[in-house]
Structures are given as C-alpha cells and as structure tokens.
Design a protein around this ligand. Structure first.
Ligand SMILES: [Zn+2]
Length: 660
C-alpha cells in the first residue's frame, strides 16, 4: 500500500472515528400541543409539560426568516461542513485575549449541537463535543433539516422556545407573515434572549435589529424604501396571549395527543362566526340563568367538522363551567331520537307516513307519559306526531317497533353511548331516558344525510358512508373508515323522515314560530330533557348538519329551557350563515307507490271509501291494512246496528263505517 495513502487513511480515521462515535444531537424536550385549522390558521396551543412554549418543528422555514437568520448568524451555512474554521480560529484568538470564552465562533449547526445538550457551562471540552456533534449532524442530516432543528429549538427568552412560538408570543403572527423588521428582531434574540423584555435594553435590541436590516439591504434582499420603513417599525413587545379560536377543541387534543401539531378540518372563519353566535345567544339566555351553549357543524359530504364551539366563551359562561366541552358531554336526549325511530319504522313497513296513531292519555308499563303541552289530539298521523314531537304516539310507536330492536338500530346508526340493556331503558329511551353527546348526535344525522345525498347523486349506497365525524384532515379519509355494510337506514326512510321534519307544524305554545317563516330549506328537530335541563336542536341540509345544545353545564334545569326556545334560535342563526339553498330529492327508484286509506293512512282495505296513492318504502307494501273501515249491519232506517240474529237479511243495510 502506498505510504501517502496510509497516512491519508489514518488521518481520515482520526477525524471520523470520534465523529462517528459521538452521539447524534437530538431533542427530547416535551412539546406544546398546537391545533391548526384546515388552512393552517393557529386555532390554539397549550404549553409543553415543562412549562415552555415550544412548538413542534415547522415543515418549512419561511424564506424571509431564513435569509435574515443566515445573514445574522451564519453566512456560509450552505457551504461549510458544520464548522467554519476561519471563525473558530478568530474566536479562539479573541477568547485567549480576554482569558474567557466571549465568542463561540459558532455555526448554526454548532448551535443546534449545543442547544441539544442543554444548558451546560462553556468549556473547551464542551466546545469540542459540540463540534463533533455538529460534524455528525452534517453527515446525517440535510442543511434544511438542521435549519428546522435550529428554528424549532433556539431560545427566544423567558419560556419561549423556537421561531414559531416566538413569532406568536412577541409579534402575534405566524412566522410566514413576519415583516423584514419583525424577522430581524426575532433573529437577533437567540443570541441574547434577555434583550427582548419590554423596557429592558430596548435600545440594544433596536440597534442590533437595525444593523441587521442594513446588512440585508446590502445583500439586496430589500430595497431602500423597504429599509426605511422597516427601520421605523416598532419593536416586539411584552409576550401576548396565543390565539384561542377553538379552546375546547385545543383542550381535546391536549388531553388526547399531547405535544403534537394537529391539522384539523375546522374552517376558521366559520368557527369564529359560530362562536360569536353562541356567545350572543348565551348572553341573552344568561338572563334566565342559562349559562352554557355549544354547537357543532359538520359537512355532510366529507363528514369533516367545520366548526367546533364546545361552550360559550362569554364572561358569564367562564364563571359557570364554561371550560366544560359540552360537545363531548353526555346529556339526556329528550325527543331528539324520535326521527330515528320514525325512519326505522318506515323502513320496516311498521308505519306509513300518514298512519293514524292514537294520542290519548295512556299508561304504559312503568310510566304514563304526557305531551309537552299537556294536551291530547285524539289521533294524529305518524308524520305530524313526529313534526309536533308528541310523546304518547312516540311511545306507542316504540312499543310496536320493539325497544330492543330500536336500541340495536341506534347502535348501528353510530351511537355508542346507549350501552345499557333495552330493559334498562325501556320505552322511556324515546323520551330522553338515555344519554348521548352532541358529537355523536350530530355525527349520526350527518351520516343519515350523507346516505340520502349519495343516493340522490349516484343512485347507490357506498360502504362507509355511515361514519363518525372527522376532525383531522386526511386526503383519503373515507378509505380509512370504510365498513363493508349497507347503511342501517335506507335513503327512502331518511327522505320520508326529513319530509316530516321540514313541516311547519308545531304548537304555538312552543315559542319560536317566527323561525319557521324565514327558515331556509332545513329538516330539523328539537329536544328538551326531563326537568328542562337540556335543550337540543339538530338541523340538516344536503350540505351541512348543525347540532346545538343549550343549558347549564352543572345540569341545573331552568323553566323555559326548551329545545324550541333556547336551541332552535341558535340553530337558525347558524343555518343562515351557512347559505345552503338546495334540498334533497325523493329517492324515487327505491320507493314504491302504495294505495292507502285517505282517512286512516293505513294501506287501503276493501272497505275503505276514499283512497290515494303515496310514495313509501318498499316494505310499506307489507304494512297493516286499514283496521278502521268496517262493514257494519244497520236496520232500514240506518239508525241502529243489527245482526242476523235479530233481523232478517232483507231488512239489513250493509254500510262501511269508520270505527276508531
Ligand atoms: Zn280505511
């Protein structure tokens, strides 16, 4: 072997062996939880477990900041192998002169290496380890990655770590939106973080920033006019509060995926408008000692959550459980499940839309329900029993459908909160005997609308259209949650239910009638729980589902706290900002025409006098024949009912009669 080659090999080994055996600089410190909207807007953040504002690393360092940073810290960053021998020699000379380490001669890579080792005293040995770390970093990481590590972990004074946290805390902006002057004042901080605090050495900060701005000007990054304007900008002030656009959602991720950056599906503009509507209504409701409201808005098509207002953020609310995330809280459902039962019974053919149901005082095993307005209408059609939310017909319907089957339907529809047995709930489940969350409720209605919308658009079902709300944006969300099964409710049963829910047919005693007049096309239902503890409203268009809850987080009931008076007005204010004007169409291919008795709404029997054709689910063909129209035997004067036992056949008149 050639002697020179051997020397070269040994020299390489001497340099590289320690580099290879030195640890690769890493950062293990806990991170802040950062929650972003779909477009990247910061919705909120929570401090890291060690009390530092340290955001997870950015995907990309904004170009402006990179130029500013490299001009200030490390002009040859892209050309050196992690260390810059010229500046190291220069630094050593000045350190020797001063008999202590005053200058590090550090490249950005060396600074990353140093920061990763925590706060250690500046010794020559430490400096050597830092250099090894820097060389190793350069071997194993790209320049861009090293820059990201620096930007994420550099100290910016106080408990602010990293560029992004600093930009929000000191300037109130995303790093991408910084001006030259703002970027420059942040870039000089990691070198002397103590400078930033207001009133402390502001002049030094200003002169360093301005020196840097001149350098940027000399490098032609900015023109003379921009320079003049930049020099005139004010300095960063006292640390500010971070944005708090969706505090309950931020808390949710803080509890569940702490220390991560989450890109949600939230539309920030809608989130802010929805928050304002919730707060405005809550201020009014506070006069009646109702302190909490929440709403959830979901896109029908994607299932993505567009707005998540977990509670009012008004002052009154913050003193009364405003930090409780109502969207995830379990509350009594009131009447809000009645449409699911109605749809289930249309699908099985247990009822037809106009089937008459008795609405008279009735005792059921274990309880005697009353209608909301304490009155009874004698008999009503199933559809108007639903749109008027009558309780006795609902319980009768559940009795016919079977509580166990209904519980199964709720589970298939996506409710996980009804986890007791059918015996436990009994018939009262249809009047609020069970609990669910706004999250599940709104999600189930969104699934129903999705199934109908799909059928309207494509005349088919797609497996996986029934799924919970989606909060995190993926490009192929649906692929992740496909379940190979038919929807638990058909498009036609959902259509018939929504038709009933669109009807303007509510007792005037339930205030809020004015909302019907101006309402956009929307199928909606309210619910009020026993003891006026929970007011619900859920409404759907082909585009959106809106779920609303009002009440007190501590469960205290209030007279007048009803779905119609407290939740529906919020629902309609939200519906008005959604601007959805379309409506579902009838899934005609899936439906069948059925001849029904005009008077009873049941399938027409031979004795029914007037009949008509209606569109219904196919199973409606198997539904019960009109039990009310019967042939009765009368005497010649048609005033007495008779039988062949007392009158001769010639003296009998046969007549069809409606026998309730
Ligand atoms: Zn009939």
């Amino acid at each position: 072997m050639n002697r020179n080659f051997k020397i070269a090999l040994i020299a390489t080994g001497v340099i590289f062996t320690p580099v290879l055996f030195s640890p690769l600089p890493r950062f293990k410190a806990p991170l802040s939880t950062v929650v972003e909207a779909l477009d990247g807007t910061l919705l909120g953040a929570r401090i890291a477990d060690d009390g530092q504002w340290r955001f997870p690393a950015l995907d990309q360092i904004p170009e402006k900041f990179e130029k500013v940073l490299l001009t200030f810290e490390d002009k040859y960053f892209y050309y050196h192998p992690g260390i810059n021998p010229v500046s190291i020699v220069r630094a050593m000379a000045s350190n020797l002169k001063a008999h202590e380490i005053v200058s590090g001669g550090s490249t950005i890579t060396m600074q990353v290496s140093r920061i990763s080792r925590g706060d250690r005293p500046r010794t020559y040995i430490e400096k050597f380890v830092e250099i090894l770390g820097a060389l190793k970093l350069e071997l194993f990481s790209s320049k861009k990655k090293i820059l990201k590590m620096y930007s994420a972990n550099a100290p910016f004074g106080g408990n602010t770590v990293g560029l992004e946290a600093a930009a929000w805390r000191y300037i109130g902006k995303s790093p991408a939106d910084l001006t030259w002057a703002e970027a420059a004042s942040l870039a000089v901080l990691p070198n002397s973080p103590a400078l930033v605090f207001p009133g402390r050495n502001q002049e030094i900060l200003k002169s360093r920033r301005n020196d840097l701005l001149y350098k940027l000007y000399k490098r032609n990054y900015l023109d003379s006019l921009t320079l003049v304007l930049a020099l005139d900008e004010s300095l960063p002030g006292e640390p500010r509060q971070l944005p708090s656009i969706a505090p309950h959602l931020t808390d949710f991720f803080y509890m569940n995926t702490r220390g991560e950056r989450i890109r949600t599906t939230i539309e920030p503009g809608l989130q802010e408008k929805a928050t304002e509507i919730i707060n405005n209504h809550q201020r009014e409701l506070a006069a009646n000692f109702i302190f909490n409201c929440a709403c959830l808005i979901i896109s029908v098509n994607s299932g993505e959550v567009l707005a998540y207002v977990g509670n009012s953020s008004d002052k009154d609310a913050s003193e009364h459980g405003g930090d409780v995330d109502i969207i995830r809280s379990l509350r009594s459902t009131g009447s809000i499940l009645k449409p699911i039962l109605y749809a289930g019974m249309q699908q099985t053919g247990d009822i037809l839309p106009n089937t008459l149901i008795a609405d008279i005082p009735t005792r059921f095993p274990g309880f005697s329900p009353k209608n909301f307005d304490q009155s009874y209408s004698g008999a009503v059609t199933a559809g108007s029993a639903l749109s008027q939310s009558l309780n006795i017909p609902a319980v009768k319907m559940l009795q016919k459908y079977d509580p166990e089957k209904f519980l199964e339907l709720l589970h298939k529809a996506g409710f996980t909160t009804f986890n007791k047995s059918a015996d436990y709930y009994g018939l009262s489940i249809i009047l609020g005997g069970g609990e669910t969350s706004l999250w599940e409720l709104t999600g189930v209605y969104a699934s129903l609308s999705r199934v109908l919308r799909r059928y309207n658009n494509e005349n088919r079902y797609l497996p996986g259209d029934f799924h919970p709300p989606v909060l995190i944006h993926y490009d192929d969300t649906l692929n992740d949650i496909v379940e190979e099964k038919e929807p638990p409710l058909s498009a036609s049963s959902i259509w018939l239910t929504y038709e009933a829910l669109q009807k303007v047919n509510r007792p005037e005693s339930e205030a809020g009638w004015q909302y019907f007049a101006s309402s956009p096309n929307i199928a909606w239902k309210t619910g009020t729980s026993f003891g006026f503890r929970d007011a619900w409203a859920v409404g759907t268009t082909p585009e959106y589902v809106i779920g609303v809850w009002a009440g007190n987080a501590d469960g205290e009931g209030r007279p007048g706290l009803t779905g119609i008076s407290a939740a529906a007005p919020i629902l309609f204010d939200l519906a008005n900002i959604m601007e959805s004007n379309s409506w579902f169409s009838q899934p005609a291919e899936e439906m069948t025409m059925i001849r029904v008795c005009s008077k009873s709404g049941f399938r027409a029997g031979p004795d029914c006098l007037e009949t008509e054709e209606i569109a219904a689910c196919v199973n409606g063909l198997r539904s019960e024949v009109c039990p009310y129209h019967k042939i009765i035997h009368l005497d010649k004067s048609q005033t007495h009912q008779v039988t062949t036992a007392c009158t001769s056949p010639s003296g009998i008149v046969n007549k069809t009669w409606f026998v309730p």
